[in-house]
Design a protein around this ligand. Sequence first.
Ligand SMILES: O=C(O)CCC(=O)C(=O)O
Length: 267
Amino acid sequence: MTVIITDDMVDAYQRDGVVLVRGLWADWVEPLRAGVARNMANPTSQMPTLKAGEVGGFFDDYCNWSRVPEFEEAIFRSGVAEAAARLMQSGQVQLFHDHVLVKEPGTAKPTPWHTDGPYYFVEGRQTVSFWSPLDPVREASLRCVAGSHLWEKDVLPTRWMAETDFYPGAHDYMPVPDPEAEGMRILEWEMQPGDAVAFNFRTLHGARGNLAASRRRAFSLRLVGDDARYVERPGPTSPPFPGHGMTAGQRLREDWFPVLPRRPMAA
Ligand SMILES: O=C(O)CCC(=O)C(=O)O
């Protein structure tokens, strides 16, 4: 399948900080499902994601592309970098990390509203995450607040389980809004496996629980463009990448965060 990123999609992405890309991974759904199965059978992180008494199951793991060959192949051999370059309006596309989020049937727990940027040690205008369901999804789809990537202040990062502040210095951030109560424009779509929501690292997003009768597997890929630079945060970031050795203002080191080949957006 050939995926075209139109000028209208680029404009929408720049304006809203989010756009739907139908069929981005359409030719890679089976390999990505196999990768998720491999990742779930051998996770790097065993951190609990649900509190005692919360029903269902929420699997969450990241930074596995170099040990999950299906992820590596999809990332390096698909047209995802070309799509990212178009949307970010960037010459170069660097891999930041992959992320798997699986909600078992009957998981009531929502993914709380948050922006990813403040958890990361990288900042720039040119960033994109592609969130892709590997199962048909409606209620448990990703939900993004249009235009939130342009807000002046970062949204307060919190620990999802403990519900505590992620860093000291909460006054440096805006409180986490309640987009529904505050009448914000929330964009969400019914999606098929391999479709992707592209969203900026600063875009406020979240997801409902999965009350459907089937699993909701999702693969999220985080990429950065030309203007992305390493920044110091007030504490350990997520992901932490221990021993990275970078200092403020540097580009992300390419031996850890490779530049992706820009292949045509077809299988
Ligand atoms: O899959 C979810 O529930 C949330 C995904 C998310 O927050 C992300 O990909 O950044």
